[in-house]
Structures are given as C-alpha cells and as structure tokens.
Ligand binder design. Structure first.
Ligand code: AOF
Ligand code: ZN
Length: 360
C-alpha cells in the first residue's frame, strides 16, 4: 500500500479534480504490475496496472489507495475489470467519498466472491486525497492558508520588506504546493503592495499554472500590474461586486482578465459565494496567500480548511511590522481559530507547521 501511495503521487497536479490513485498487483509474494492515475480523464490506477498484465490477474491481490469505482464515468467501472481479471483479493486504503461510489465498489467485489480488506494506511490515504474528499463531497474548493513568517510572527518589516523570510528549499516546497492546486488567491492589497506574479516556478520542470484569483470588491486593480499584464499566459480571475465600474470590467476583459461578479457582504466580496462559484468552475483547491485582511476574513467566514505556516528563524521586531492574519481579530482566546492534527516538517533552516482548522 505504501508503494501504491508513492505511485499515486506521480499524478500530482495532473489528475485534478479527480483523485491521486496508485495500484500494485501482487501474486505469490511478487509485484507483477503497477499503475497509477496519470492525468484527468485517463485510465484509473487499477486499469493502468491491469493493462500491463493484459487484465489477467488470476489469484492475485490488488492494492489500491482508493476504493475501485463502480460507476460509468469517463471510463467504465474498475470493479468490472477486476472481476474479469480473476483477482482474488483487493486491499483498499480508503472508501471512495464520491457519492456515486461510496461503498458500492466494495460491495460488488464481495458479491463476486473477491475478498476485500478496507482501511490499510487509511489516514495517509485520506491526507493524500484531502482536496478530492472536500471537493467531491461539498462542490467547494479545499482552501489552504499559506504563510511564511519570522520567529516573532511577522511577514514583512515595517517598510514592507519581505524577501526573504525563508530559504530556497522551503520556498521550493511552496512552489510544489502551487503545482498541485487549481487556484492561488490574494487580496487586492497584496497586488498593490507586492505586484506578485503568482505563478509556479519549479526547477527543471514545467509547473502547472494555477488560476490567479484576486479579491477586489471595488475593482481597484491597476492595469499595469504583473497579473494583468500576463493574463493571456496564465488565467486571471478577479472577484468583485456590483461596486465595480462597467468600463473597467471591459478594459480588463480586453487584456484577458475575467471579472467574476460575487455577492456583497458588508461592502466586501462574500467569500462563501465566491467559493461556490469557484467550485462550479471545477476549481477544487485554493492556496490562499494573503494578505492579513483577506486571511482573517477567510478564517472568520470558515472557508479555510488547512494552514501551512512556514517559519524562518529570524526576528525582525517592530510594532508596525505586518503579521499573517490581521483584520479585527478576536478579543478572547476562547474564540481563537483552533488548528489541529498538527504536523511538522523541517527544512535546512526553516520549519513548516501544518494543521487543519477545527470546525465550530
Ligand atoms: C480517478 N482515477 O484511478 C480512480 C478514480 O471521471 P471518471 O470516470 O474518471 O471517474 C472519476 C471517479 O472515479 C472519481 O471521482 C473516483 O470516485 C473514482 N476513482 N478516479 O480519476 C482513479 N480510481
Ligand atoms: Zn475506476
């Protein structure tokens, strides 16, 4: 199963919004075939592996990190291929959260006399497909709040200097995450302050370029910024409200920027409505990269699922230095957003703390 999970990761960034799935076929203690889901719409992992042995798996065991599907989608059901192959056992990490499958695949296999073992490395499998699980069950994107701060909790000095808080290896990991997600989201203040490119820069590899989503309730964005200038090369969406000027929307459209009309809430873009609209556009995941005002609003309305907090062991101080989450803030500790299931990763000098926002 570990090997199946490793194979599944080879589809990183390419299977969206479908899951990362790997399969290993074992007979008499030997691996006789391996496969994985390469890209969206391609063969499912089980079929990719079975093809290599001409669908002949008599007496073999198939290890797969997601329950084999039972439905006709882009491809015929994997359970049919498995039954025909005469495999005798299927070991599954995670039941498919897709309501079209949700246990049916396992039931069908068992009905055909195939032994099914469920729950092997389930936690790892759940984490690997956390984006898929959220999206298939809610139709809303999985939202990851990512930030890089100093040991004293600042993301920039009081002059706004922020390059760099963390070293290259930690930043490369950030780009690896950008390579998986469907969208990167920032607020208009970040565009005005940093003029970022919001693309994926991965060494020796053509990165997947996520849709850039800018939250800009009054459509203040200047036409000269990087994200607008490069909108024809990398999709750029600006979420605004009916406060936006029609002429500006047209000007932006000519430059290749799509403006999305979102409901208004307290004079701002209603982030819950935005998530629904992004989900409808098959955006299964968002990396939220600030700034502090948008980060706070996102936490406050409850759209953040996961937090990734890089910490560079530097101390800059300064009462006016910027911090990752601003807004009005909570008055009482008991009202804090709780991050749980914490894990730690260490880079050459920096650390990464990851966790999930507890649902209230
Ligand atoms: C995948 N790859 O290896 C497995 C999947 O749109 P379709 O027809 O490709 O079906 C997608 C669904 O199939 C997906 O939501 C999940 O429930 C199931 N399993 N999907 O893309 C795979 N095993
Ligand atoms: Zn399938």
């Amino acid at each position: 199963m570990e090997r199946a999970l490793t194979l599944a990761k080879l589809g990183w960034g390419k299977t969206r919004p479908n899951p990362l799935v790997g399969a290993v076929i074992v007979k008499e203690g030997k691996v006789i075939a391996e496969g994985y889901h390469h890209y969206y719409g391609g063969d499912h992992a089980e079929v990719d592996a079975l093809k290599k042995i001409k669908f002949l798996a008599k007496g073999a065991a198939i290890y797969v990190n997601l329950e084999p599907c039972s439905h006709y989608g882009k491809t015929p059901p994997c359970v049919e291929a498995i039954i025909k192959s005469k495999a005798k056992k299927v070991v599954v990490a995670l039941q498919d959260p897709n309501p079209q499958v949700a246990g049916r695949g396992i039931k069908i296999l068992r009905k055909h006399g195939i032994e099914v073992v469920l729950g092997v490395l389930e936690e790892e499998a759940r984490k690997l497909n956390e984006i898929f699980i959220k999206y298939i069950t809610t139709s809303k994107p999985f939202c990851i709040l990512k930030t890089a701060m100093t040991l004293d909790g600042k993301i920039a000095t009081s002059n706004g200097d922020s390059k760099w808080i963390t070293e290259e290896d930690a930043r490369a990991y950030g780009h690896h995450i950008r390579d998986r997600v469907a969208g990167i989201m920032v607020g208009i203040s970040t565009i005005l302050a940093d003029d970022p490119q919001l693309n994926t820069r991965i060494l020796n590899k053509e990165g997947n370029q996520p849709v850039r989503i800018i939250v800009d309730s009054k459509l203040r964005i200047p036409l000269e910024v990087n994200v607008v200038k490069t909108a024809k090369q990398q999709p750029t969406l600006i979420a605004t409200t009916n406060k936006a000027s029609k002429e500006k929307i047209e000007e932006l459209a000519k430059l290749g920027v799509e403006v999305l009309m979102v409901e208004e809430k307290n004079g701002k873009v209603n982030l819950e409505d935005l998530m629904i609209q992004l989900g409808q556009r098959k955006i299964d995941s968002i990396l939220l990269e600030g700034g502090g005002t948008l980060n706070y609003s996102a936490l406050d309305v409850g759209i953040v699922d996961k937090v990734m907090c890089f910490i560079g062991p530097k101390i800059i101080g300064g009462r006016n230095a910027i911090t990752p989450v601003e807004g009005t803030g909570k008055s009482l500790i008991k009202d804090a957003f709780i991050v749980e299931d914490i894990s730690l990763e260490k880079f050459r000098k920096d650390i990464l703390i990851e966790g999930y926002i507890r649902r209230r």
